[in-house]
Design a protein around this ligand. Structure first.
Ligand SMILES: Nc1ncnc2c1ncn2[C@@H]1O[C@H](COP(=O)(O)OP(=O)(O)O)[C@@H](O)[C@H]1O
Ligand SMILES: [Mg+2]
Length: 474
């Protein structure tokens, strides 16, 4: 059963339950009210009958008493079965609804001198339930007679049943209309709930098929709106990851293939050189190129492994007190030959003494190496790469030392400066449409600095150069 049918069924059931409970309650209260009303009417009728007769008896006007009796019976026919007055000598004045019936004996049988007011329900000889009101008549302090009026209980029941059945027929109409209206409303409301779910399902199916360009149009602010928005964000992220994956695969193949083909080519050359007795220098040059290619491969593989460790939170930091100045100078001298070869200049500029800090020396070397290799990569001929260090940080205060790797290279577009730390992110604009590398170096830098409770960021002017800065706590 689908969602809409379930909802409709559930609401119908609920509606029915409410209707039944409410109707039953109305029925019960209405019955109570009607019964009470009738009892009050009877009481009033009896009292006014008694007071009318009282006056007449006191002036011994039997005719008026008789008239009162007859009037009561005829007015409240068929509710009043009989009414009468009995005095001490069992003299009776009465009238009955059933004129043909001899009420004399009936009434006489009922008559006992009432010593006080009573209301009694009994079954008459014809089997009718009768509610009898009686009150004694006092004359000059003496109990000299009794007034009685018999009301028909059956007639009362009929009366109640009749007005309740009128009410029930009205309720019936209301109930049917409400029910039909309610169910229809829920059915159509259900549509507005189910429709976006159907759209989401179709979109999810599209994604499963590999179409990542789906977007759900949302203009509602309820839970379904939130779900749709989340869905759109999810699709966007999947798409981003998909492009990242593609660029990573192409970077990886390039990073693997180019050093491998260098190694392969130079191995062939070396074999030829050995066979043809080439000079030692020529052989050495070949070996150096092979060495460079293996270093590049090793670095690349290490980057990938480091990233995997970071993802699993397994990158370990072994801190010792160490000298950052020495690290910087070591890396500068390591890159000097390459810089000379590429007609670039690399140097350090450290004017103040930098205190020893607690750090993982190998990991910080990795950070500086990554930054320097980027700076070299993105600087043109005659460019400069400068490494600076300061004992205090301007932005983060005196609890930090600060290190800069500055270049006057191509720079990074403003909007992308903060993005370069993202996994696989590479600027693909301007002069560097196809950068060599994997986009992992800065991600690793970021993670290592984070593990040292430091901060790293970049400042750049497109076309003028970039400075990568990081701070480490003392
Ligand atoms: N010194 C720099 N000058 C200009 N752009 C840079 C510099 N350093 C990094 N970038 C940009 O940031 C990107 C990410 O750098 P990185 O994570 O080291 O990856 P990779 O060097 O493998 O491309 C680079 O592709 C480049 O676009
Ligand atoms: Mg890099």
């Amino acid at each position: 059963m689908n969602l809409r049918a379930k909802l409709t069924l559930f609401v119908s059931f609920l509606l029915l339950l409410v209707i039944v409970v409410v109707s039953y309650n109305i029925f019960v209260t209405q019955k109570k009210i009607l019964t009470q009303q009738i009892s009050e009417t009877r009481s009033r009728a009896f009292k006014s009958f008694v007071s009318m007769c009282n006056e007449a008896i006191k002036v011994r006007d039997d005719i008026q008493v008789n008239n009162a009796v007859k009037l009561l019976v005829s007015t409240y026919k068929p509710s009043v079965v009989y009414a009468g007055y009995i005095n001490l000598n069992n003299a009776v004045m009465y009238a009955s609804r059933d004129e043909d019936r001899n009420m004399d004996s009936v009434l006489k049988a009922r008559i006992k001198k009432a010593s006080k007011d009573y209301i009694e329900i009994y079954s008459s000889l014809t089997g009718e339930q009768i509610c009898e009101f009686a009150t004694p008549f006092f004359f000059q302090g003496e109990n000299v007679g009794t007034f009685v009026v018999g009301f028909s209980q059956d007639k009362m029941k009929e009366q109640i049943d009749e007005s309740i059945s009128i009410m029930l027929s009205k309720i019936k109409v209301i109930v049917i209309v409400t029910f039909i209206f309610g169910v229809l409303l829920v059915y159509f409301l259900g549509y507005s709930f189910v429709k976006p779910i159907k759209i989401l399902t179709v979109a999810a199916e599209e994604i499963t098929k590999g179409n990542l360009d789906v977007e759900i149009k949302v203009n509602r602010k309820d839970e379904i709106g939130i779900l749709s928005n989340t869905f759109n964000n999810m699709t966007k992220q999947i798409k981003e990851l998909d492009t990242m994956k593609d660029s990573f695969v192409s970077s990886v193949s390039h990073e693997l293939r180019s050093p491998l083909s260098a190694i392969d080519g130079y191995c062939d050359l070396l074999i030829e050189y050995v066979n043809k007795d080439y000079s030692k220098e020529q052989q050495l040059k070949g070996l150096q190129i092979i060495k460079q290619a293996t270093v590049r491969l090793t670095n690349f593989i290490n980057n990938i492994l480091d990233l995997a460790k970071m993802k699993a939170n397994k990158l370990e930091i072994k801190k010792t007190d160490a000298d950052i100045t020495a690290v910087i100078e070591e890396i500068v001298s390591l890159y000097e030959p390459l810089a000379a070869q590429q007609k670039k200049r690399i140097y350090s500029e450290i004017k103040e003494e930098i205190p020893f800090i607690n750090m993982d020396i190998e990991r910080i070397k990795q950070v500086v190496t990554n930054l320097v290799s980027n700076a070299m990569k993105f600087t043109k001929e005659n460019g400069n790469v400068v490494l600076k260090a300061f004992p205090n940080s301007e932005g983060y205060g005196n609890d930090y030392i600060e290190v800069w790797v500055q270049d006057d290279g191509v720079g990074i577009p403003k909007q992308q400066v903060d993005l370069v730390f993202q996994k696989f992110y590479q600027v693909k604009e301007g002069e560097f449409k196809k950068p060599k590398g994997t986009g992992l170096g800065l991600t690793i830098v970021f993670e290592i600095i984070k593990l040292h409770n430091g901060h790293v960021w970049a400042e750049s002017d497109l076309g003028k150069g970039t400075t990568f800065k990081f701070v480490l706590p003392k």
